[in-house]
Design a protein around this ligand. Sequence first.
Ligand code: B4P
Length: 193
Amino acid sequence: MLNIVLFGPPGAGKGTQSEKLVAQYKLVHLSTGDLLRSEIKAGTTLGVKAKALMDQGSLVPDEVVIGMIENKLAANKEAGGFIFDGFPRTTAQAEALDALLEQHHTSIATMLALEVAERELVNRLLERGKSSGRPDDANEEVIKNRLQVYQRDTAVVADYYNAQGKFTAVNGVGSIEEVFDRLCAEIDEKAHA
Ligand code: B4P
């Protein structure tokens, strides 16, 4: 199985690149952001609680997202591998993911971390906010909060994978195709190592 964590701050291109990577490598895409937005759309109790947090740029509680990933792993037992997009976002989530994958007799092959400067991230998210309808993209204050939450709670997850020798930084600036080619080069190298 080929299991990849696609990492980076909000707006780094995780969702954008995940769509292309799942097509290239026939993987299952697990985006906790997309899963939470589906819950909001369906008006579930979980979705109502998550919306209040997401709209202000805060993280949803660990147990909620871990439970969602657990269900998706159980529902996709035949998958050739997974791309984890926007998950794990805390060290507790990373530890839970390792434990869950172990239960499925597999593990993370690599974390690919997209690196993009903060000004560019803000511009990308504000640009997406013009058409996405996402409340968390529409307001610069909320975007700044998301970036602060990333620095405070999420950036440290890179250290977790670095300690396992699984961290790779990838330049996330350039055209979508250029960034995609860089990610594929890293994955192909890992797959043939
Ligand atoms: P996510 O849905 O994960 O959203 P995101 O961080 O904004 O990244 P996304 O993947 O959507 O954006 P992308 O970089 O592709 O999270 C949303 C919220 O959900 C979080 O704030 C949190 O509240 C909650 N949540 C999700 N997971 C959680 C978890 N595990 N634990 C707790 N809470 C959780 O794209 C951004 C824009 O850049 C796009 O418009 C794209 O077109 C553009 N772009 C991409 N690549 C580009 C390039 N190379 N050049 C120029 N523009 C580019």
